[in-house]
Write a protein that binds this ligand. Structure first.
Ligand SMILES: NC(=O)c1ccc[n+]([C@@H]2O[C@H](COP(=O)([O-])OP(=O)(O)OC[C@H]3O[C@@H](n4cnc5c(N)ncnc54)[C@H](O)[C@@H]3O)[C@@H](O)[C@H]2O)c1
Length: 249
């Protein structure tokens, strides 16, 4: 029995890395999936991949840092598949690497705009739709940097901490409306986001994980699937790590 049968799911940033793995797993578990991304080529190819594995998916382009586009995305999801049961707000960027005193204001605004405002816009319009449905589930992709520092990435750390707080607030506000919301904190995951890291930097990152390796997108997707399904029916307002032990030491 597929655990997301008859569910409609929306994933942002689903053209690559963690979002792609989540969209594929949702579809494998029976959900009809809206694959959304700012990158049309990657989003369309994700849909092809899902369809080639007998899944159901549709691509809708949206820039999550633009509230009008996010509202239109949620409306288009409902026009396409009739409802919205599950939303994973995953789209995110790394941003500039500098100490906080040197961090440029433009970079700060850009990172906060995508990694925090974008998640808020998603939640705002998803919640409105889920209230109409009579329920739903939201999973926001934060990071281990929702609880520990990422030296040289203060905007990223600030945004991810805020995503954890936002998810707690939604959990508190919507507990009696049959809507659950949780945040996920991945450790460093082997995705295109880490492509710019040099070999030495990658080794240093690996060394921070007691398991002695980076994670995979599929390992993150398994936790997201659990939190998106009825198997986690008493879980809301939480923040769950999938980090190879990074935050344990
Ligand atoms: N890779 C890691 O080590 C890691 C660790 C913890 C958390 N995360 C988080 O996981 C999420 C996904 O990261 P990833 O590693 O898969 O990155 P990725 O770069 O592989 O994928 C991110 C996707 O988001 C899309 N995107 C970027 N800006 C967008 C926007 N404004 N609107 C819509 N789509 C946009 C990109 O086109 C891309 O397809 C991010 O929120 C990231 O912060 C990643």
């Amino acid at each position: 029995m597929k655990i997301l049968n008859n569910k409609v799911a929306l994933v942002t940033g689903a053209g690559s890395g963690i979002g792609l793995a989540i969209a594929k797993l949702y579809a494998k578990e029976g959900a009809k999936v809206i694959v959304s991304d700012i990158n049309e080529e990657h989003g369309k190819s994700a849909v092809e991949e899902i369809k080639s594995e007998a899944g159901e998916a549709t691509f809708i382009k949206a820039d999550t840092s633009n509230p009008e586009q996010v509202e239109a995305l949620v409306n288009a999801t409902v026009e396409t598949y009739g409802r919205l049961d599950i939303a994973c707000n995953n789209a995110g960027i790394g941003g500039e690497q500098s100490t906080t005193g040197d961090y440029s204001i433009d970079s700060w605004k850009k990172v906060l705009n995508v990694n925090l405002d974008g998640v808020f816009y998603g939640c705002k319009y998803e919640l409105t739709q889920m209230e109409k449905n009579g329920g739903g589930v939201i999973v926001n992709i934060a990071s281990i940097h929702g609880t520990v520092a990422a030296p040289l990435s203060s905007a990223y750390t600030a945004a991810k901490h805020a995503v954890v707080g936002l998810s707690k607030n939604i959990g508190a506000e919507y507990g009696q409306k049959n809507i659950r919301c949780n945040a996920v904190g991945p450790g460093y995951i082997e995705t295109p986001l880490l492509e710019s890291a040099s070999g030495d930097m990658k080794q240093a990152l690996i060394a921070k994980h007691p398991m002695g390796r980076l994670g995979t997108s599929e390992e993150v997707a398994e936790l997201v699937l659990f939190l998106s399904s009825d198997k986690s029916s008493f879980m809301t307002g939480g923040y769950y790590l999938v980090d190879g032990g990074y935050t344990a030491v």
